[in-house]
Design a protein around this ligand. Structure first.
Ligand SMILES: Cc1cc2nc3c(=O)[nH]c(=O)nc-3n(C[C@H](O)[C@H](O)[C@H](O)COP(=O)(O)O)c2cc1C
Length: 175
């Protein structure tokens, strides 16, 4: 069984999960930017991970554009966000990024990442500064918004290898 793990990560949280998955499955590992010329058809299991930006999964079009060609393959997608896992977050991210038809062709996972403003590129620093101003200007902040504000000055990292148990079990099972 040949497996590939592809990821898009801005500050390294998704990359860490992708590296662990590739190690555990003995899979080929590529950042999305290194994928040119690689054919996904050569693999039995294709795993894609991307971080969340405004509920969208970074880089997900690479997989979505090929789903029809990958019909008989095992396709796994994981998203990594700053929000803690909850069924509501899981469903929101799944429905925002995949049609019902596409959902039938993939297995989706959500993992908590972290946040480190200092590791963002310039574009994302600007976006997150705008978000910070927006949160600061709102009178009634949710607990999640308060947590997000705190994270600008105090980075956090919730990436844990044990979060991958279910994904790895699914990737390894032969159906
Ligand atoms: C512009 C921007 C938008 C974001 N939007 C979300 C979001 O909608 N939901 C969420 O949980 N995290 C959001 N985040 C946080 C990242 O998804 C989180 O920090 C993630 O762990 C980053 O992983 P990476 O280092 O692999 O890119 C956002 C971050 C940025 C920079």
């Amino acid at each position: 069984m040949k497996s590939i793990v592809i990821y898009k990560s801005i500050s390294g949280f998704t990359q860490k999960y992708a590296q662990w998955i590739a190690q555990d499955l003995n899979a080929d590992l590529f950042a999305i930017s290194e994928l040119k010329g690689k054919s996904l058809i050569d693999y039995d299991t294709i795993i894609f991970g991307g971080s969340l930006h405004a509920v969208g999964i970074n880089g997900i079009d690479v997989i979505k554009s090929q789903l029809i060609r990958l019909k008989n393959k095992k396709v796994i997608v994981f998203a990594v966000g700053a929000s803690p896992f909850s069924p509501a977050v899981f469903t929101e991210v799944l429905n925002k990024n995949f049609s019902q038809e596409q959902q039938a062709d993939i297995r989706f996972f959500y993992f908590r990442g972290g946040f480190d403003y200092s590791k963002l590129d310039f574009k994302n620093k600007v976006l997150m500064t705008l978000l910070k101003w927006k949160i600061m200007s709102s009178k009634k902040k949710t607990a999640e918004e308060e947590g997000m504000l705190a994270a600008y000055s105090k980075p956090f990292d919730e990436v844990k290898r044990e979060n991958l148990k279910e994904l790895l079990a699914y990737a390894k099972c032969i159906d």
